[in-house]
Design a protein around this ligand. Structure first.
Ligand code: SF4
Length: 381
C-alpha cells in the first residue's frame, strides 16, 4: 500500500489527486493520512537506523556472538533503555544474529520411576559474594565486597561466574586473577575466561572420582588412551571403543560418552576391574579435548604447594560469608521474592563494607582466627 501512496505523492504535480486515487483504487482520506504521517515515519526510521548502528557496533565487538538478550543487557548497561522487542525487530530486519548453542541431547538416561530427591536444605535463594583479597598492607585498603549476586537456590554456582565478570568489568573492578570455590570452577570457564574476559581463573576442579579410580585397583579414565581425531578410546587390554556420542551432561555442559561394545567386554578377563554392568560394555564420559586437557592440567597443579599458597588468599571470603550471616542474618531472607531479597543482600554487602572501612580508618585490629580445641592441642604438642 505504501508504494501506491508514494506513487500518488510523486505524480500529484502532474495529475489531480482525486484522479490518481480513483485510478489506484485507494481512498483519498487514506492517502492524506499516509501523507500526514510521513514526517513521523521518517523520524522513526532515523531512530531505528541509529539503534541499528549501536547494535551493529555491540554485535561486532562481541565477535558476532551476542543475540537479543545480551544486546539488550549491554544497551541497558550503557544507559540506553530500549524495549527488547524493538531490539529483536531491528536485528531481525537487518539480519543481525547471535550465536545460539545448538540444543544437544542429554547423555543421561533419566529413571522415569525415580522419586525426586527431597529438598534437604530448604533454601529458596543463594547469595554469591565477591571480594578483593589483595594484601591490605601493600594495597593500602581493606578487603571489600566488590559484587553481590542473588539467585534462586537451584541455579548452579558455575552459571553465575560470567555474569560476575561482566559486572566487575563494567565497574572497572575485574581482577587479573579470580580465585573461585570448586563449585564455581568449570573446564569451560578455565579455558575461556583468560581469552574472552582477560581474567585468569584459579580454583580447584573435582578429582577423578569414578568408582574405578576411587577403588585404586580399577581402570579409571587415566587407564584409557583417547584418540580424539579418530574418535575412539583404547582400553588397558587394547580393545577399541565402538560408540562416540557427543552431547551434554546433567548441567548442560558439553560431554562425550565413549562406549565399548558388549561383545568386546563380555569375555574380558579383567572385566571386574572395569565395569559392574552385566548388560553393557564399559562406558566413559569425558569433556571435549581442550577442556579435558585443562582439567588434567589443573588436577596436576592443585596438589602442589605453590598452587595451594596462591589459592589460600580465597579463604578470607569464608569469613565474609560468616560476617554476612552473623551481622545481617543472611542465612534467612526476610522478604518474599527475588528482587527484595537481592536488595537486602546488596544492603548487607554495603553494611559489611562500611564496618570494614570504619575498622580500617580507626585501626581496629581484625578478630583473631578461631582455633578449634583439637587444633590447639595439636599445636601444643
Ligand atoms: S571390560 Fe571392556 S573396556 Fe574394560 S578392559 Fe575389558 S575389554 Fe577393555
Amino acid at each position: 500500500m505504501g508504494d501506491l501512496y508514494r506513487f500518488i505523492h510523486a505524480e500529484k504535480a502532474n495529475y489531480p489527486i482525486t484522479l490518481l486515487c480513483r485510478a489506484m483504487k485507494v481512498a483519498r482520506s487514506s492517502y492524506y493520512a499516509w501523507r500526514d504521517g510521513e514526517a513521523a515515519r521518517r523520524v522513526r526510521q532515523m531512530a531505528a537506523d541509529a539503534l541499528a548502528h549501536e547494535i551493529t557496533v555491540l554485535h561486532i565487538a562481541s565477535r558476532k556472538t551476542y543475540g537479543v538478550p545480551r544486546i539488550h543487557a549491554e544497551l541497558r548497561r550503557l544507559g540506553r533503555r530500549v524495549n527488547r522487542k524493538r531490539i529483536a525487530r531491528v536485528m531481525r530486519e537487518r539480519d543481525i544474529r547471535g550465536v545460539t548453542r545448538r540444543k544437544r541431547r542429554s547423555l543421561t538416561r533419566a529413571d522415569k520411576r525415580a522419586r525426586p530427591a527431597p529438598d534437604l536444605i530448604g533454601r529458596d535463594y543463594k547469595i554469591h559474594l565477591s571480594e578483593s583479597c589483595d594484601d591490605p598492607g601493600a594495597s593500602k585498603r581493606p578487603h571489600l565486597i566488590t559484587h553481590v549476586v542473588t539467585t534462586d537456590a537451584t541455579v548452579n554456582d558455575a552459571m553465575v561466574v560470567e555474569e560476575v565478570h561482566d559486572r566487575l568489568t563494567s565497574k572497572g573492578l575485574l581482577p587479573g586473577e579470580h580465585l573461585l570455590d570448586a563449585g564455581y570452577t568449570s573446564a569451560e570457564l578455565l579455558l575461556t575466561a583468560p581469552t574472552t574476559r582477560g581474567v585468569c581463573v584459579v580454583g580447584p576442579v573435582w578429582s577423578n572420582n569414578t568408582r574405578q579410580s576411587a577403588s585404586g585397583g580399577g581402570f579409571g579414565k587415566s587407564a584409557f588412551t583417547i584418540n580424539w581425531q579418530a574418535k575412539h578410546a583404547l582400553c588397558p587390554t587394547g580393545a577399541t571403543s565402538r560408540y562416540w556420542t557427543e552431547g551434554v551432561d546433567n548441567n548442560g555442559r558439553d560431554a562425550i560418552r565413549i562406549r565399548f561394545a558388549t561383545a568386546t567386554c563380555a569375555p574380558c578377563p579383567v572385566r571386574d576391574q572395569c565395569t559392574r554392568s552385566t548388560q553393557y560394555g564399559r562406558q566413559l564420559t569425558v569433556r571435549p579435548q581442550e577442556q579435558d586437557a585443562v582439567l588434567e592440567r589443573v588436577r596436576a597443579e592443585q596438589s602442589t604447594d605453590e598452587w595451594k599458597d596462591r589459592y589460600a588468599a580465597r579463604a578470607g571470603v569464608e569469613g565474609t560469608i560468616h560476617q554476612a550471616v552473623a551481622t545481617a542474618g543472611a542465612r534467612r531472607t526476610r522478604y518474599i521474592g527475588l528482587a527484595k531479597t537481592r536488595l537486602a543482600h546488596i544492603l548487607t554487602a554495603t553494611a559489611i563494607n562500611l564496618i570494614r572501612l570504619d575498622a580500617w580508618w580507626n585501626e581496629t585490629p581484625l578478630a583473631r582466627t578461631r582455633i578449634s580445641r583439637l587444633a590447639a592441642l595439636d599445636l601444643a604438642a
